[in-house]
Design a protein around this ligand. Sequence first.
Ligand code: ATP
Length: 312
Amino acid sequence: MTTTYAVLSEGLQKRYGEVHALRGLDLAVPEGSVCGVLGPNGAGKTTAVRVLTTLVRPDAGSARVAGHDVVRDPAGVRKRIAVTGQYASVDGDLTGAENLRLFARLLRAPRARADELLERFGLTAAAGRPARTYSGGMRRRLDLAASLLVPPRVLFLDEPTTGLDPHSRNGIWDAVRGLASEGTTVLLTTQYLEEADQLADDIVLIDEGRAAQRGTPAELKALVGSYAEVVVADPAALVAAAAVLDRLTGSAPVLDAERRTVGAVTTDGTLTLPRLVREIDAAGVLIVDASLRPPTLDEVFLRLTGRKELVP
Ligand code: ATP
């Protein structure tokens, strides 16, 4: 079976004066998948989204979105995408229902679609209230609903849950999962690694305008290895335990005096829990607990972007 890509870019470059925001970005997002785009501040994520949504012209390279070239056929791209993010476009003085019906008229979408989306995003009960009375999560859901009045082939979600509480975040996550299960391709930029872990089929780590690393969340975690952590009886012994972890794992240990823990990522597949405990014990440190677990995406991210040696 051949894969169809909803977003395909090759060698995208964009300069702002002296700043190389994109230095040859390659992306390949299969149709119907959720791609999480992560990267430190200034990595080029927003610029990439701006190029792919035809707001900014690349200096070099090419990109096709929903089968249309972003430079040669920007109108073709725009017709097939929706963009939504942290800056809700809803009008606070109109009710939720009025907002959606207004957008539906502007976009020539059926009014029934507006009502269906209100229902789907759990906004039916609040549909008659001015949007300014909505919580942050409800506003984002309304904004997301507005962008789906005409079902897009590709949905660009720019930091959709920034600033939301965990409950509201879950609501948005459910909505994104629902869209993905119906086959909408989603390109999600986020600062929250847990969000990417929850939603993304594939993750692209952008660093200095290039894709520094890509893979499924599990593949990226496997690249980093495991996270070894020990709890010691006496916080004064943390430094001695850290020295052993440093030697065994080769990565900088993280100390937490309050939890009396020290931990480090390890790419050494031969590091076993008994060996870790034995060597810390031999250093005269009393251990209360020890564990070796898969790393979180946060730890992967820190390792891959904060310490350059793993980035090709
Ligand atoms: P953040 O996570 O902080 O939003 P980002 O990964 O989205 O960062 P971009 O906003 O794409 O990164 O910025 C990449 C680089 O390009 C940065 O150094 C930024 O200062 C620069 N840049 C972006 N837009 C402009 C612009 N309009 N004019 C000048 N420089 C810009």
